[in-house]
Design a protein around this ligand. Structure first.
Ligand code: KIV
Length: 262
């Protein structure tokens, strides 16, 4: 078993230019596989709304659903840092709400940190949560909870605004920041300017680490594979073949055979 990843581990990795590797997971079996493989961070992302629940955005995901999934992931992981993702409207309406909801991830679900979306606009919320002793990962650039405000899932190119957001979330106390849907040259400048680790998704190779959504990484997303994602395995194809074999064997009398009978 590898030692548990902490914030200190991540800072040291940034200092040594050692890449941080993160992925999402939403349940016990996949979190266990990811943890055994040596992943550094497991984010229980609100992307579960789209890849697990089949919604067309992350907006319907609730706090209770996030707690349910985060608890399963925490039970599985002995090595990775577990981050719970604050769902839409769990932190936007007020600071008190934000602290209470962030606390639930640590108190009820075994996470070590939380993530929330937004830059300068949420910096006071980041400060309030981290002042309460809860580590906060920020998330700037393409922020899926603002899909309607952004007019779709669009790459964000306003370099001045992105840099200002990054500096502000760092100053507010974020321990790390996800950079999503940002041109590589802008992410490179942000990564150099910050002392906290940047974790990229669709943000090029210069970030301190990378994160992918489990279903994109393992070929479980039949609907849409984004340009920035790479499929490292085709579990969807393998699962379909296995199930087809099962159907075939039951219908042709191959299963159950003697070895499966009492
Ligand atoms: O919800 C999620 O999975 C995320 C990652 C894509 C960073 O926010």
């Amino acid at each position: 078993m590898h030692p548990r990843i902490t914030l200190t581990t991540l800072y040291k990795m940034k200092g040594k230019n050692e890449k941080i590797v993160a992925m999402t997971a939403y349940d016990y079996p996949f979190a266990r596989i990811a943890d055994e493989a040596g992943i550094h961070i497991i984010l229980v992302g609100d992307s579960l709304g789209m890849v697990v629940q089949g919604e067309s955005s992350t907006l319907p995901v609730t706090m209770d659903e996030m707690i349910y999934h985060t608890r399963m992931v925490s039970r599985a992981a002995g090595h990775a840092l577990i981050i719970g993702d604050m769902p839409f409207m769990s932190y936007q309406a007020g600071r008190q709400d934000a602290i209470t909801n962030a606390g639930r991830f640590l108190k009820e679900a075994g996470a070590a940190a939380i993530k929330l979306e937004g830059g300068a606009a949420v910096s006071q919320t980041i400060k309030a949560i981290s002042d309460a002793g809860i580590p906060v990962q920020a998330h700037i650039g393409l922020t899926p909870q603002s899909v309607h405000q952004m007019g779709g899932y669009k790459v964000q190119r306003d370099d001045e605004r992105l840099m200002a957001d990054a500096l502000e979330v760092e100053a507010a106390g974020a321990f790390s920041v996800v950079l999503e849907g940002i041109p590589s040259d802008i992410s490179e400048k942000i990564t150099q300017a910050l002392s906290i680790p940047t974790i990229g998704i669709g943000a090029g190779p210069h970030c301190d680490g990378q994160i992918l959504v489990l279903h994109d990484l393992l070929g479980l997303n039949p609907v849409h594979i984004p340009k920035f994602a790479k499929k490292y395995a085709d579990l969807g194809g393998k699962a379909r073949d296995g199930i087809k074999n099962y159907i075939d064997e039951v219908q042709t009398g191959g299963f159950p055979s003697d070895e499966h009978c009492y």
